[in-house]
Design a protein around this ligand. Structure first.
Ligand SMILES: NC(=O)c1ccc[n+]([C@@H]2O[C@H](COP(=O)([O-])OP(=O)(O)OC[C@H]3O[C@@H](n4cnc5c(N)ncnc54)[C@H](O)[C@@H]3O)[C@@H](O)[C@H]2O)c1
Length: 286
């Protein structure tokens, strides 16, 4: 096993902060909560975050709540949602929708239910995603390939299709799509994922132009490897390959993604739309 795979195994297997100290002092600072947190004002804004029960989505929920937004947590995993909700305790106002966002009827019902609860939706973070199997394109079955496209791209369309009209009624909205560096560069053994995330980048650019004069702003972010459960879906070799491409030499933290997303959700993000924001530890070259 190579140096990076060893580092990653250590990083993923242990939960104490010493893993970061060994791997990277900056990561240690971040893990200890010493990143610092700028105040972003989302007071009175209602947000939907998909894939909110864990990982990057849950970190985004925490950051949005800390900024004063109300949050509706959408996720297919009801049990994980319940755990997430109970850990939020009194951090703000929130509700949950156990919803499979690949189903148009379920997305419509969750949208109606969120509007009934909060009155409006000003923020949509299309975050839910899966990595899919680590295989070469010709080794993937049609079902394996389609499963990734279905959630990682089609469901982004479905959520925008349901919620954009609600934003247009209010002449205001902020949509943030979580794409991936894989969508810019293409990762080997992840053609489904890379294609879906490239699709999300294209969708963002297209929708951003369609809505440019409406008050609704649409952007996406393209993270490199971030420490979450999604990494359990792919091989250690694949994770090691992805980390080896990061000049900072470490995976990112979900809180680092949440910080960027929170600003993109704010009214202060006002002259960027259809844009792609890098968060890849220096990996991206465009
Ligand atoms: N972690 C990384 O390295 C990384 C890097 C780049 C981009 N991303 C992207 O960030 C996003 C979040 O990733 P993560 O690492 O937090 O993943 P995660 O696996 O930790 O969480 C994903 C969440 O999506 C939910 N989900 C799955 N299918 C769903 C469905 N049909 N309907 C509703 N919810 C569903 C899951 O239950 C889970 O709670 C994904 O779009 C992912 O592609 C992640």
């Amino acid at each position: 096993m190579g140096r990076i795979a060893v580092l990653l195994r250590r990083t993923l297997d242990k939960s104490d902060n010493s893993r970061y100290e060994r791997a990277c002092p900056a990561q240690a600072e971040a893990a200890a909560g010493n990143l610092g947190m700028n105040k972003i004002d989302l007071q009175g804004q209602n947000a939907v975050v998909t894939g909110a029960a864990r990982g990057i989505g849950f970190a985004i929920v925490q950051r949005l709540l800390a900024s004063g937004a109300r949050c509706s947590l959408w996720d297919v995993d009801r049990e994980a949602l319940n755990i997430a909700m109970s850990s939020l305790d009194e951090q703000g106002e929130f509700d949950m929708q156990a919803v499979d966002i690949t189903r148009p009827d379920a997305v419509g019902a969750a949208t109606d239910s969120t509007i009934r609860r909060f009155g409006s939706i000003a923020i949509l973070v299309n975050n839910a995603g899966i990595a899919g199997v680590s295989k070469k394109l010709w080794e993937c079955t049609p079902e394996e390939w389609f499963q990734v496209l279905n959630l990682d791209l089609y469901a982004v369309y479905l959520c925008c299709h349901a919620i954009v009209p609600k934003m247009l009624e209010k002449k205001y909205g902020r949509i943030v799509n979580i794409a991936s560096i894989a969508g810019k560069e293409g990762n080997p053994n992840a053609s489904h994922y890379s294609a879906a995330k490239a699709g999300v980048i294209g969708l963002t650019k297209s929708l951003g132009k369609e809505l440019a004069q409406s008050g609704v702003i649409v952007n996406c972010v393209t993270p490199a490897v971030i420490e979450t459960d999604i990494l359990k879906q792919v091989s250690q070799e694949h994770v090691a390959y992805m980390v080896s491409r990061i000049p900072m030499g470490r995976p990112g933290l979900k809180e680092e993604v949440a910080a960027l997303v929170a600003w993109l959700c704010s009214s202060e993000c006002s002259f960027s739309t259809g844009a792609v924001f890098d968060i890849s530890g220096g990996r991206a070259t465009y």
